[in-house]
Design a protein. Structure first.
Length: 50
């Protein structure tokens, strides 16, 4: 039985690896760009109307 920290570290490592492989794939990069610009537009709109 692994310790909690070991499991957490393992999970985080897997998560980072999945994130990196997702980011470095072109569709992932495109989705990231779209999401980022969408959030940015929402943020600026919220700032304008507040």
């Amino acid at each position: 039985m692994d310790t909690y920290e070991e499991i957490l570290r393992q999970t985080r490592r897997e998560y980072y690896r999945a994130m990196l492989s997702h980011i470095f794939s072109l569709p992932g990069l495109f989705v990231l760009l779209v999401k980022g610009s969408f959030i940015w537009v929402l943020y600026t709109l919220a700032m304008d109307y507040s």
